[in-house]
Design a protein around this ligand. Structure first.
Ligand code: C2E
Ligand code: CA
Ligand code: CA
Ligand code: CA
Length: 277
């Protein structure tokens, strides 16, 4: 038993080492990823349910590493957040997404809103407002075309400070969305005080709306809540016609999901726009 125990320990230790090494490897690679131009943005359409037209897009980060291949955000966003690397990476995302939206406007394509995810670390940067203002000035994108996606977790630490910051952002003229709405726990109290424009219903609620009465009731309630508060409401993770029909019947404003399109590279997104969908 002793021997087995030791073997188990050794096994455990080497598994820890592997994990720690993998982390270090990714962290090192992440540090140089911006300069090496290894990041790309994919764009996922946000579609108006009444007209069927693309009215917005969410910019989603992709990391193409020469050896690791395409690394999905779940594998590096957390680490980027912990190490603070999300700050320069997030700045790159903001600049690139705004420049892309402006380039499509200049090319005569119908004007779009571009949604950019903001992490907690970025939200806590003292120069956040100034840096967004600078990107808008530099790219020439109309502020109303930029939509900042924030999660409820950003608001829990210091509510008063978050409200102040949101008002400063609002003063720039940008839009603000609550991402993954319904998965946080402070949902209702802040809705009255925060100057937000959009609720994005988390995709975990959308998955079963066509078959599960409870999920359906939650989604109907969120849509009603949004309407009463004069917010737009976007359903995330729409994968099937049944979900789409349900959302449309219940007055949801927009949808985003694989049913319409996966997040795609800029070139493909441009084709979607040009095909007038
Ligand atoms: P999120 O902000 O909730 O983004 C939506 C995620 O749902 C994306 O995953 C998207 O590809 C996926 N999705 C969209 N439609 C469907 C669908 O119909 N079915 C299913 N199953 N999934 C769908 P992705 O691109 O892997 O990103 C994961 C998360 O990584 C994002 O979740 C966001 O939290 C984070 N992330 C991505 N890009 C950025 C970024 O530029 N900055 C920051 N801070 N976080 C980012
Ligand atoms: Ca998002
Ligand atoms: Ca989301
Ligand atoms: Ca999510």
């Amino acid at each position: 038993a002793k021997k087995l125990g030791r073997n188990c320990w050794q096994f455990y230790q080497s598994a820890m080492n592997d994990e720690a090494q993998e982390r270090l490897r990714i962290e090192g690679a992440l540090r140089s990823a911006v300069e090496r131009n290894e990041f790309v943005l994919h764009y996922q359409p946000q579609v108006d349910l009444a007209t069927g037209r693309i009215v917005g897009m969410e910019a989603l980060l992709r990391w193409q590493h020469p050896e690791l291949g395409m690394v999905p955000p779940q594998r590096f966003i957390g680490l980027a957040e912990e190490t603070g690397l999300i700050v320069p990476i997030g700045a790159w995302v903001m600049r690139t997404a705004c420049a892309q939206a402006k380039a499509w406007q200049d090319a005569g394509l119908p004007p779009l809103r571009v949604a950019v995810n903001l992490s907690a670390r970025q939200f806590a940067q003292p120069d956040l407002v100034a840096s967004i203002e600078a990107v808008l000035a530099e790219t020439g994108l109309p502020p109303a075309c930029l939509d900042l996606e924030l999660t409820e977790s950003l608001f829990v630490d210091d509510v008063a400070q978050a409200v102040e910051l949101l008002h400063q952002l609002k003063a720039l003229g940008v839009k603000m969305s609550i991402d993954d709405f319904g998965t946080g726990y402070s949902s209702f109290s802040y809705l009255r005080t925060f100057p937000i424009d959009v609720l994005k219903i988390d995709r975990s609620f959308i998955a079963d709306i066509a078959s599960d009465a409870d999920e359906a009731a939650i989604v109907v309630s969120i849509i009603a809540l949004a309407r009463n508060l004069k917010l737009r409401v976007i359903a995330e993770g729409v994968e099937a016609q049944g979900q789409l029909d349900f959302l449309r019947a219940h007055g949801c404003d927009e949808m985003q999901g694989y049913y319409f399109s996966r997040p795609v590279p800029a070139g493909e997104f441009e084709q979607l726009l040009k095909s007038g969908r």
